[in-house]
Design a protein around this ligand. Structure first.
Ligand SMILES: Nc1nc2c(ncn2[C@@H]2O[C@H](COP(=O)(O)OP(=O)(O)OP(=O)(O)O)[C@@H](O)[C@H]2O)c(=O)[nH]1
Length: 252
């Protein structure tokens, strides 16, 4: 249940049990990962323990999902947020968003996940929502190599609206259920090279079967949460924003 108080979103219900992250989530492959450690940063761990983190209030990170049309952005988000998969294609018109609440190391944290349209004619609307992203997820279809080549351009456009170095970047290959394991390995090798160039973390998933989808979003939540917490503890401006106002949330 969410309510508005002083223009901020407040949640009165507890975080669902399947959104509780106690162990630091691991990467997909060490060849293209943003961090190799498998534990919470020491300062974050102690802040969470002594509840200092709670004083900073509930935090929210903005995540934007970009990539060519038909690569599976909406299905990826729907598999995680609603545990559903739709085999029929319905193009995203402009943007859409989901709010996902987590509990990390005992502290509540929220991701605002923006699904953007891949179709050229909607790009103009969608790109106005790139600003303020802490996480950029660039998506391609493992079964269509051209969509991998276009991820650089999508990233460049998303970064144009954000401070350089202020975003975590992920490169996600979808539809792995459509490939044999040999085909998958071949495409993943190419993707890992591009991920390295983009300084992105690579994941290979299937929204149809759900393979790696939950693990991937847990990793996103953990990295964004830890970064925000470190920033808050250092007293600098956190990369994350406070929950946005209802007018912004309903703008889509
Ligand atoms: N087999 C399989 N099909 C998928 C998977 N993910 C998406 N699809 C299918 O791919 C098509 C496009 O998926 P969407 O999620 O709508 O694609 P999108 O990237 O959001 O497209 P736009 O909204 O136009 O940008 C749909 O028919 C989906 O059912 C997957 O993991 N496996």
């Amino acid at each position: 249940m969410q309510q508005m108080e002083n223009g901020k979103l407040q949640f009165s219900t507890p975080v669902s049990r399947d959104r509780v992250i106690s162990k630091f989530p691991k990467w997909y492959t060490p060849q293209a990962c943003l961090q190799m450690k498998d534990h919470w940063h020491g300062r974050v761990r102690s802040a969470c323990k002594d509840r200092a983190a709670w004083n900073a209030g509930m935090k929210m990170s903005k995540v934007v999902v970009v990539g060519d049309l038909y690569v599976g952005k909406t299905c990826l988000i729907n598999r995680f947020c609603k545990d559903m998969f739709d085999r029929d294609y319905k193009a995203t018109i402009g943007v859409d968003f989901e709010i996902e609440r987590f509990e990390l190391s005992g502290v509540p944290y929220t991701l605002q996940i923006w699904d953007t349209a891949g179709q050229e004619k909607f790009k103009c609307i969608a790109s106005t929502y790139y600003r303020g992203a802490q996480v950029i997820i660039t998506v391609f279809d493992l079964a269509d190599i051209r969509t991998l080549e276009h991820t650089r351009q999508w990233l460049e456009e998303a970064l144009r609206e954000n401070d350089p170095g202020s975003c975590f970047v992920f490169l996600i290959g979808t539809k792995r259920d459509l490939l044999s394991s040999a085909e998958c390995q071949r495409t993943e090798r190419d993707a890992i090279k591009i991920a390295a160039e983009m300084q992105a973390e690579f994941w290979s998933v299937s929204s149809k079967t759900g393979e790696n989808v939950r693990e991937f979003f847990f990793r996103v939540a953990a990295l964004a949460f830890e970064e925000s917490m470190l920033r808050a503890l250092e007293g600098g401006a956190p990369l994350t924003s406070e929950p946005e106002t209802s007018s912004e949330l309903t703008a889509a």
